[in-house]
Design a protein around this ligand. Structure first.
Ligand SMILES: *Cc1c(COP(=O)(O)O)cnc(C)c1O
Length: 361
């Protein structure tokens, strides 16, 4: 059976060579006589897998030594609570930027634990842009500023990193991690659900500056305490073993086949340009996002006619381009073109869109 081009926002497409490698190691990992799915997380053979996953991530993302890498579960959504429980600890105040549905959820969750202020929101224009803020907009007493760097549902991305001075900047990187180089030293903490750009679902990666660990509120559940996971090298309890193994394979793919994050960015920028250029030149399709805030990972577009959008998604799926329906809160279409979407997937999608446009003129 032929593989489809899968534009799902997550879980999403994985590199074919990674899937092939995982398949070849499925029954017998590296002479161990077992699948990675079956082995003890305390075994030396698994220890080697989680260690190399972490060291590869550090290398590929150029993570400074004073940051811990944690492999957790619970999805990015658990971080919406874990961040305030651990970081909203001095003045019990935090600043949030609301640039979409996930940052709104993060803000709502934080309100359970302290005083939350919305510094800026783009709700006035249905989240089609990223507000500009400066340090002067921040509450100097806030314990941190939280942002969602790439807004998966609306197809926007921060074109800048907010300047926060000494205040820790916290970012949800779920849908853009590993898509391009990012200077981790500008952040106090970043987190990502792995199922967009790193691995299958089940793994949540947290990268946190060491001095921010260990100040959790007393009510913090053990499993929601960064210190517990940091002190135990992400082995306090059973980690999401197989997803961590897959993450290692994806990182090897980025390093060895792509050539690192600079190359990944070039490839992703070129892919996104093909799609945005076509949409901008099309009379049928349009993208409503402020051009400089466009996401390189999630490309939203509409025809302006809900029935035609529906027809497009149906015919696209029949032609092998699946999961193009936009999020239910936005409508229209969304092509999630994460790292693993090959450039020819975009070229073929654009050819299909051109034909659909001609047929429906
Ligand atoms: C997908 C996504 C989430 C939700 O992630 P879960 O792992 O399902 O909890 C949160 N934030 C962003 C930016 C996302 O793309």
């Amino acid at each position: 059976m032929a593989r489809v081009y899968n534009f799902s926002a997550g879980p999403s497409t994985l590199p074919e060579s990674v899937l092939a490698k995982a398949a070849s190691e499925m029954l017998d990992y590296n002479g161990s006589g077992q699948s990675v799915m079956e082995m003890s997380h305390r075994s030396p053979v698994y220890d080697e897998i989680i260690r190399s996953c972490q060291s590869l991530l550090r290398q590929v993302m150029n993570i400074p030594d004073n940051y811990k890498v944690l492999f957790l579960q619970g999805g990015a959504s658990s971080q919406f609570a874990m961040v305030p429980l651990n970081l909203m600890n001095k003045n019990h105040k935090a600043d949030y930027m609301v640039t979409g549905q996930f940052s709104k959820k993060a803000k709502d969750e934080a309100e359970r634990y302290g005083e939350v202020r919305v510094v800026a929101s783009s709700k006035d224009k249905n989240f089609t842009y990223i507000p500009k803020i400066t340090k002067a907009d921040l509450d100097p007493n806030a314990d941190y500023l939280h942002i969602c760097f790439n807004n998966t549902i609306f197809g926007t991305k921060f074109p800048y990193i907010p300047e926060t001075g000494d205040m820790p900047l916290v970012a949800d990187l779920s849908s853009c991690i590993l898509s391009e180089p990012i200077d981790i030293s500008k952040f106090g903490l970043v987190y990502a659900g792995a199922q967009k750009n790193m691995a299958p679902a089940g793994l949540t990666v947290v990268i946190v500056r060491e001095d921010l660990i260990g100040n959790q509120m007393d009510v913090t559940p053990t499993m929601f305490n960064y210190k517990v996971h940091a002190d135990n090298d992400s082995m306090y309890n059973t980690p999401p073993c197989y997803s961590i193994y897959m993450c290692k394979l994806v990182l090897e793919w980025i390093q060895n086949e792509i050539g690192g994050l600079e190359k990944m960015k070039e490839r992703n920028a070129a892919k996104a340009k093909v799609l945005y250029d076509f949409i901008d030149s099309s009379k049928l399709f349009q993208n409503n996002v402020n051009p400089e805030d466009r996401s390189m990972m999630n490309v939203t577009f509409v025809t302006g006619d809900a029935d035609l959008d529906k027809k497009f998604c149906k015919e696209a799926a029949e032609a092998g381009f699946v999961n193009l329906k936009g999020h239910r809160s936005v409508g229209g279409m969304r092509a999630s073109i994460y790292n693993a979407m090959p450039p020819e997937g975009i070229d073929k999608l654009v050819a299909f869109m051109a034909k659909f446009e001609a047929d429906n003129a």
